[in-house]
Design a protein around this ligand. Structure first.
Ligand SMILES: CCCCCCCCCCCCCCCCCC(=O)OC[C@@H](O)COP(=O)(O)OC[C@@H](O)CO
Length: 329
Protein backbone atom coordinates (compact mmCIF):
# COMPACT_ATOMS: atom_id res chain seq x y z
CA UNK A 1 0.00 0.00 0.00
CA UNK A 2 2.89 2.34 0.89
CA UNK A 3 4.68 1.50 -2.37
CA UNK A 4 1.57 2.24 -4.44
CA UNK A 5 0.68 5.31 -2.40
CA UNK A 6 4.09 6.80 -3.32
CA UNK A 7 4.28 5.73 -6.99
CA UNK A 8 0.58 5.36 -7.89
CA UNK A 9 -1.63 7.09 -5.28
CA UNK A 10 -4.92 6.05 -6.96
CA UNK A 11 -4.06 2.35 -6.76
CA UNK A 12 -2.82 2.71 -3.18
CA UNK A 13 -6.08 4.35 -2.09
CA UNK A 14 -8.12 1.59 -3.80
CA UNK A 15 -6.09 -1.19 -2.17
CA UNK A 16 -6.42 0.51 1.22
CA UNK A 17 -10.20 0.81 0.73
CA UNK A 18 -10.38 -2.88 -0.24
CA UNK A 19 -8.38 -3.85 2.84
CA UNK A 20 -10.64 -1.84 5.15
CA UNK A 21 -13.79 -3.26 3.54
CA UNK A 22 -12.63 -6.84 4.01
CA UNK A 23 -11.53 -6.30 7.63
CA UNK A 24 -12.52 -9.09 9.94
CA UNK A 25 -15.70 -7.65 11.38
CA UNK A 26 -17.76 -10.67 12.44
CA UNK A 27 -21.26 -9.43 12.18
CA UNK A 28 -20.63 -7.72 8.84
CA UNK A 29 -19.83 -11.08 7.27
CA UNK A 30 -22.68 -12.30 5.11
CA UNK A 31 -21.05 -15.65 4.72
CA UNK A 32 -18.95 -17.77 7.04
CA UNK A 33 -16.91 -20.63 5.57
CA UNK A 34 -16.44 -23.87 7.45
CA UNK A 35 -13.31 -23.50 9.57
CA UNK A 36 -10.30 -25.60 8.60
CA UNK A 37 -8.13 -27.06 11.38
CA UNK A 38 -4.41 -27.92 11.25
CA UNK A 39 -5.23 -31.49 12.26
CA UNK A 40 -8.27 -33.60 13.20
CA UNK A 41 -8.73 -33.53 16.99
CA UNK A 42 -8.92 -36.76 18.96
CA UNK A 43 -12.44 -37.94 19.62
CA UNK A 44 -13.74 -37.85 23.23
CA UNK A 45 -14.59 -41.40 24.43
CA UNK A 46 -17.91 -39.99 25.64
CA UNK A 47 -19.04 -39.93 22.00
CA UNK A 48 -20.47 -43.31 21.12
CA UNK A 49 -21.53 -44.45 17.62
CA UNK A 50 -24.72 -46.49 17.14
CA UNK A 51 -22.95 -48.14 14.20
CA UNK A 52 -19.15 -48.36 13.73
CA UNK A 53 -17.81 -45.70 11.40
CA UNK A 54 -16.40 -46.94 8.06
CA UNK A 55 -16.24 -50.62 9.07
CA UNK A 56 -14.97 -51.79 5.64
CA UNK A 57 -12.40 -49.02 5.20
CA UNK A 58 -8.68 -48.92 6.03
CA UNK A 59 -8.33 -48.16 9.79
CA UNK A 60 -5.84 -45.40 8.95
CA UNK A 61 -7.94 -44.02 6.08
CA UNK A 62 -5.38 -45.06 3.45
CA UNK A 63 -6.47 -45.26 -0.18
CA UNK A 64 -5.10 -47.54 -2.93
CA UNK A 65 -2.52 -46.31 -5.44
CA UNK A 66 -3.58 -46.76 -9.05
CA UNK A 67 -1.19 -47.28 -11.99
CA UNK A 68 -0.81 -43.82 -13.57
CA UNK A 69 -1.85 -45.30 -16.93
CA UNK A 70 -5.00 -46.88 -15.48
CA UNK A 71 -8.43 -45.71 -16.62
CA UNK A 72 -10.74 -45.16 -13.63
CA UNK A 73 -14.51 -44.81 -14.07
CA UNK A 74 -16.25 -42.27 -11.79
CA UNK A 75 -19.79 -43.00 -10.57
CA UNK A 76 -22.34 -40.70 -8.91
CA UNK A 77 -23.98 -42.61 -6.03
CA UNK A 78 -27.09 -41.55 -4.14
CA UNK A 79 -29.47 -43.38 -1.79
CA UNK A 80 -31.86 -42.45 1.05
CA UNK A 81 -30.24 -41.65 4.40
CA UNK A 82 -30.35 -44.77 6.60
CA UNK A 83 -31.26 -46.94 3.53
CA UNK A 84 -29.34 -49.85 5.04
CA UNK A 85 -31.79 -49.88 7.95
CA UNK A 86 -35.03 -48.33 6.75
CA UNK A 87 -34.99 -48.73 2.96
CA UNK A 88 -36.76 -45.93 1.12
CA UNK A 89 -38.48 -44.33 4.15
CA UNK A 90 -36.42 -41.13 4.12
CA UNK A 91 -36.22 -41.31 0.35
CA UNK A 92 -39.94 -40.45 0.31
CA UNK A 93 -38.91 -37.09 1.80
CA UNK A 94 -35.89 -36.81 -0.54
CA UNK A 95 -33.53 -37.01 2.44
CA UNK A 96 -30.63 -38.49 0.50
CA UNK A 97 -27.03 -39.54 1.15
CA UNK A 98 -24.39 -38.98 -1.55
CA UNK A 99 -21.15 -40.79 -2.40
CA UNK A 100 -18.75 -41.37 -5.30
CA UNK A 101 -17.80 -44.72 -6.84
CA UNK A 102 -14.61 -45.61 -8.72
CA UNK A 103 -13.83 -48.56 -11.04
CA UNK A 104 -10.31 -49.49 -12.17
CA UNK A 105 -10.07 -50.78 -15.75
CA UNK A 106 -6.70 -52.44 -15.12
CA UNK A 107 -7.66 -54.39 -11.97
CA UNK A 108 -11.45 -54.59 -12.33
CA UNK A 109 -11.74 -53.45 -8.69
CA UNK A 110 -14.49 -51.04 -7.63
CA UNK A 111 -14.46 -48.66 -4.67
CA UNK A 112 -16.90 -46.45 -2.75
CA UNK A 113 -15.94 -43.10 -1.20
CA UNK A 114 -18.35 -41.22 1.09
CA UNK A 115 -18.25 -38.60 3.83
CA UNK A 116 -20.54 -38.86 6.85
CA UNK A 117 -20.90 -38.55 10.62
CA UNK A 118 -18.72 -40.52 13.02
CA UNK A 119 -21.64 -40.64 15.50
CA UNK A 120 -24.75 -40.32 13.33
CA UNK A 121 -26.85 -37.37 12.20
CA UNK A 122 -28.56 -36.51 15.48
CA UNK A 123 -25.24 -36.06 17.27
CA UNK A 124 -24.12 -33.65 14.56
CA UNK A 125 -27.34 -31.65 14.66
CA UNK A 126 -27.85 -31.25 18.41
CA UNK A 127 -25.53 -31.41 21.49
CA UNK A 128 -25.54 -33.49 24.66
CA UNK A 129 -26.21 -32.27 28.22
CA UNK A 130 -23.21 -33.77 30.03
CA UNK A 131 -23.03 -33.99 33.84
CA UNK A 132 -20.18 -31.89 35.17
CA UNK A 133 -19.68 -30.09 31.84
CA UNK A 134 -21.00 -26.52 31.77
CA UNK A 135 -21.23 -26.10 27.98
CA UNK A 136 -23.33 -28.20 25.57
CA UNK A 137 -21.21 -31.17 24.45
CA UNK A 138 -20.97 -31.92 20.72
CA UNK A 139 -20.09 -35.24 19.06
CA UNK A 140 -20.17 -33.66 15.61
CA UNK A 141 -17.17 -34.93 13.66
CA UNK A 142 -17.61 -36.26 10.14
CA UNK A 143 -15.00 -37.95 7.97
CA UNK A 144 -14.31 -39.57 4.62
CA UNK A 145 -14.69 -43.32 4.27
CA UNK A 146 -13.10 -45.21 1.36
CA UNK A 147 -13.67 -48.93 0.95
CA UNK A 148 -13.64 -51.81 -1.56
CA UNK A 149 -16.65 -52.60 -3.73
CA UNK A 150 -19.74 -50.68 -4.78
CA UNK A 151 -22.94 -52.14 -3.30
CA UNK A 152 -25.05 -51.81 -6.46
CA UNK A 153 -28.29 -52.85 -4.75
CA UNK A 154 -27.80 -50.33 -1.89
CA UNK A 155 -27.35 -47.42 -4.30
CA UNK A 156 -29.59 -48.49 -7.19
CA UNK A 157 -32.79 -49.83 -5.65
CA UNK A 158 -33.96 -46.59 -4.00
CA UNK A 159 -31.44 -44.12 -5.37
CA UNK A 160 -29.07 -43.79 -8.31
CA UNK A 161 -25.79 -45.17 -9.57
CA UNK A 162 -24.59 -43.43 -12.73
CA UNK A 163 -21.22 -43.31 -14.51
CA UNK A 164 -20.36 -39.62 -14.93
CA UNK A 165 -16.81 -39.78 -16.31
CA UNK A 166 -13.38 -41.38 -16.49
CA UNK A 167 -10.06 -40.24 -15.02
CA UNK A 168 -6.50 -41.51 -15.27
CA UNK A 169 -4.86 -43.45 -12.47
CA UNK A 170 -2.54 -40.50 -12.03
CA UNK A 171 -5.53 -38.16 -11.45
CA UNK A 172 -7.04 -40.65 -9.01
CA UNK A 173 -3.78 -40.71 -7.01
CA UNK A 174 -3.68 -36.90 -6.90
CA UNK A 175 -7.31 -36.83 -5.78
CA UNK A 176 -6.51 -39.41 -3.07
CA UNK A 177 -3.77 -37.18 -1.69
CA UNK A 178 -6.24 -34.26 -1.67
CA UNK A 179 -8.87 -36.36 0.15
CA UNK A 180 -6.36 -37.15 2.92
CA UNK A 181 -5.63 -33.45 3.45
CA UNK A 182 -9.31 -32.46 3.19
CA UNK A 183 -10.14 -35.14 5.73
CA UNK A 184 -7.52 -33.93 8.21
CA UNK A 185 -8.62 -30.30 8.12
CA UNK A 186 -12.39 -30.27 7.50
CA UNK A 187 -13.70 -32.29 10.44
CA UNK A 188 -17.03 -30.94 11.74
CA UNK A 189 -20.30 -32.00 10.16
CA UNK A 190 -22.94 -29.29 9.71
CA UNK A 191 -26.51 -30.31 8.97
CA UNK A 192 -28.01 -26.89 8.33
CA UNK A 193 -27.72 -24.32 5.59
CA UNK A 194 -28.75 -20.91 6.95
CA UNK A 195 -30.16 -18.37 4.49
CA UNK A 196 -31.76 -14.92 4.66
CA UNK A 197 -34.89 -16.06 2.82
CA UNK A 198 -36.27 -18.68 0.42
CA UNK A 199 -35.72 -16.52 -2.66
CA UNK A 200 -33.24 -16.97 -5.51
CA UNK A 201 -31.12 -13.98 -4.40
CA UNK A 202 -30.98 -14.94 -0.74
CA UNK A 203 -27.83 -14.43 1.32
CA UNK A 204 -26.23 -17.60 2.61
CA UNK A 205 -25.20 -16.93 6.20
CA UNK A 206 -23.79 -20.44 6.87
CA UNK A 207 -23.15 -23.35 4.49
CA UNK A 208 -23.80 -26.96 5.45
CA UNK A 209 -20.88 -29.40 5.66
CA UNK A 210 -22.20 -32.84 4.92
CA UNK A 211 -22.01 -35.80 2.54
CA UNK A 212 -23.12 -33.80 -0.50
CA UNK A 213 -20.65 -30.96 0.16
CA UNK A 214 -17.82 -33.51 0.15
CA UNK A 215 -19.08 -34.81 -3.20
CA UNK A 216 -19.15 -31.25 -4.60
CA UNK A 217 -15.61 -30.58 -3.34
CA UNK A 218 -14.34 -33.81 -4.89
CA UNK A 219 -16.02 -33.16 -8.25
CA UNK A 220 -14.45 -29.68 -8.23
CA UNK A 221 -11.02 -31.18 -7.49
CA UNK A 222 -11.42 -33.65 -10.39
CA UNK A 223 -12.54 -30.84 -12.69
CA UNK A 224 -9.55 -28.69 -11.64
CA UNK A 225 -7.34 -31.60 -12.66
CA UNK A 226 -8.96 -31.65 -16.09
CA UNK A 227 -11.62 -34.34 -15.66
CA UNK A 228 -14.76 -34.14 -17.80
CA UNK A 229 -17.82 -35.09 -15.73
CA UNK A 230 -21.36 -35.19 -17.09
CA UNK A 231 -24.69 -36.68 -16.05
CA UNK A 232 -27.67 -37.74 -18.17
CA UNK A 233 -30.01 -37.14 -15.24
CA UNK A 234 -30.61 -34.17 -12.88
CA UNK A 235 -27.96 -34.04 -10.13
CA UNK A 236 -30.11 -33.10 -7.13
CA UNK A 237 -29.11 -33.04 -3.47
CA UNK A 238 -30.79 -32.69 -0.07
CA UNK A 239 -30.48 -29.34 1.69
CA UNK A 240 -32.12 -28.53 5.00
CA UNK A 241 -32.56 -24.78 5.42
CA UNK A 242 -33.03 -22.44 8.34
CA UNK A 243 -34.24 -18.98 7.37
CA UNK A 244 -33.07 -16.03 9.44
CA UNK A 245 -32.10 -12.38 9.50
CA UNK A 246 -28.44 -11.51 10.03
CA UNK A 247 -27.02 -13.87 12.64
CA UNK A 248 -25.80 -12.41 15.94
CA UNK A 249 -22.45 -13.71 17.13
CA UNK A 250 -22.67 -14.84 20.76
CA UNK A 251 -19.28 -16.44 21.45
CA UNK A 252 -17.70 -19.77 22.30
CA UNK A 253 -17.99 -22.09 25.30
CA UNK A 254 -16.95 -19.22 27.59
CA UNK A 255 -20.63 -18.18 27.50
CA UNK A 256 -21.23 -21.06 29.90
CA UNK A 257 -18.39 -20.22 32.26
CA UNK A 258 -18.86 -16.51 33.01
CA UNK A 259 -21.48 -14.94 35.26
CA UNK A 260 -22.15 -12.04 32.87
CA UNK A 261 -23.71 -14.43 30.33
CA UNK A 262 -25.50 -16.71 32.78
CA UNK A 263 -28.98 -15.89 31.44
CA UNK A 264 -27.89 -16.43 27.85
CA UNK A 265 -26.27 -19.73 28.81
CA UNK A 266 -29.47 -20.85 30.48
CA UNK A 267 -31.53 -19.92 27.42
CA UNK A 268 -29.21 -21.75 25.03
CA UNK A 269 -29.24 -24.89 27.18
CA UNK A 270 -33.04 -24.71 27.54
CA UNK A 271 -33.30 -24.51 23.73
CA UNK A 272 -31.08 -27.56 23.20
CA UNK A 273 -32.83 -29.43 26.01
CA UNK A 274 -35.80 -29.79 23.65
CA UNK A 275 -33.61 -31.84 21.31
CA UNK A 276 -32.06 -34.17 23.90
CA UNK A 277 -31.92 -37.90 23.10
CA UNK A 278 -33.85 -40.77 24.74
CA UNK A 279 -37.14 -38.91 25.22
CA UNK A 280 -40.46 -40.67 25.67
CA UNK A 281 -43.19 -40.06 23.08
CA UNK A 282 -44.90 -37.55 25.40
CA UNK A 283 -41.59 -35.78 26.04
CA UNK A 284 -40.89 -35.64 22.29
CA UNK A 285 -44.27 -34.00 21.66
CA UNK A 286 -43.69 -31.50 24.49
CA UNK A 287 -40.17 -30.79 23.20
CA UNK A 288 -41.35 -30.29 19.63
CA UNK A 289 -43.93 -27.75 20.81
CA UNK A 290 -41.26 -25.97 22.91
CA UNK A 291 -38.91 -25.93 19.90
CA UNK A 292 -41.61 -24.58 17.59
CA UNK A 293 -42.48 -21.91 20.18
CA UNK A 294 -38.83 -20.82 20.36
CA UNK A 295 -38.31 -20.87 16.58
CA UNK A 296 -41.63 -19.42 15.46
CA UNK A 297 -43.09 -17.34 18.32
CA UNK A 298 -39.78 -16.12 19.78
CA UNK A 299 -38.13 -16.30 16.33
CA UNK A 300 -34.93 -17.66 17.82
CA UNK A 301 -32.63 -20.55 16.92
CA UNK A 302 -29.30 -21.04 18.71
CA UNK A 303 -26.84 -22.14 16.05
CA UNK A 304 -23.42 -23.72 16.60
CA UNK A 305 -20.82 -23.17 13.87
CA UNK A 306 -17.03 -23.26 13.91
CA UNK A 307 -17.20 -24.02 17.64
CA UNK A 308 -19.03 -20.78 18.38
CA UNK A 309 -22.66 -19.93 19.13
CA UNK A 310 -24.84 -17.63 17.06
CA UNK A 311 -28.39 -16.40 17.57
CA UNK A 312 -30.51 -16.69 14.41
CA UNK A 313 -33.42 -14.19 14.25
CA UNK A 314 -35.73 -16.69 12.55
CA UNK A 315 -37.98 -15.72 9.65
CA UNK A 316 -40.81 -17.43 7.79
CA UNK A 317 -40.76 -20.21 6.46
CA UNK A 318 -38.29 -20.95 9.35
CA UNK A 319 -37.20 -24.46 8.29
CA UNK A 320 -37.42 -26.37 5.00
CA UNK A 321 -35.99 -29.53 3.45
CA UNK A 322 -35.30 -29.11 -0.28
CA UNK A 323 -34.14 -31.57 -2.90
CA UNK A 324 -32.55 -29.27 -5.42
CA UNK A 325 -30.47 -29.61 -8.56
CA UNK A 326 -26.87 -28.50 -8.31
CA UNK A 327 -25.20 -29.03 -11.70
CA UNK A 328 -21.86 -30.78 -11.90
CA UNK A 329 -19.09 -28.13 -11.74
C1 LIG B 1 -38.83 -27.71 15.22
C2 LIG B 1 -37.42 -28.23 15.03
C3 LIG B 1 -37.38 -29.39 14.04
C4 LIG B 1 -35.99 -30.06 14.00
C5 LIG B 1 -35.90 -31.04 12.85
C6 LIG B 1 -34.57 -31.76 12.86
C7 LIG B 1 -34.25 -32.34 11.50
C8 LIG B 1 -32.91 -33.09 11.51
C9 LIG B 1 -32.25 -33.25 10.17
C10 LIG B 1 -33.17 -33.73 9.03
C11 LIG B 1 -32.45 -34.43 7.91
C12 LIG B 1 -31.25 -33.65 7.32
C13 LIG B 1 -30.51 -34.49 6.28
C14 LIG B 1 -29.37 -33.72 5.63
C15 LIG B 1 -28.69 -34.53 4.51
C16 LIG B 1 -27.86 -35.68 5.07
C17 LIG B 1 -26.89 -36.20 4.01
C18 LIG B 1 -25.69 -36.79 4.71
O1 LIG B 1 -24.79 -36.10 5.14
O2 LIG B 1 -25.77 -38.17 4.93
C19 LIG B 1 -24.72 -38.70 5.71
C20 LIG B 1 -25.30 -39.72 6.64
O3 LIG B 1 -26.38 -39.19 7.39
C21 LIG B 1 -25.74 -40.97 5.90
O4 LIG B 1 -25.90 -41.96 6.88
P1 LIG B 1 -26.34 -43.44 6.42
O5 LIG B 1 -27.56 -43.38 5.59
O6 LIG B 1 -26.35 -44.28 7.65
O7 LIG B 1 -25.18 -43.89 5.42
C22 LIG B 1 -23.93 -44.23 5.90
C23 LIG B 1 -23.52 -45.45 5.09
O8 LIG B 1 -23.49 -45.09 3.72
C24 LIG B 1 -22.16 -45.94 5.54
O9 LIG B 1 -21.65 -46.83 4.58
Amino acid sequence: IIHYSIHKPGVGIFVLFLFLELRNDRNEYCYLARMRLDRRPDVDPYCQALFPFCPSGDPDGRMPVMRDSDLVSVFRLQTPVWEFRYGDVLGKFHIMHDAIGFGSAKTGRNFTMEWYELFQLGNCTFPHERAGVSAPFWCNQGAACFYDEIDDVHWKQNGSLEKIGEISGEMFNEMARWVQEDNETGVYYETWTVKSDAGANATTWFESYDCSQFVHRTYKKLLDMGADLSSQTPTSYTKIYLYSGEPLHLGDDSIFQQSSTRDLATDIKKFYHSFRSHQSVVEVIESLLEALEKMVLEKTFYFYYNSEYWKLPMKYPYIKINYEEIPLP
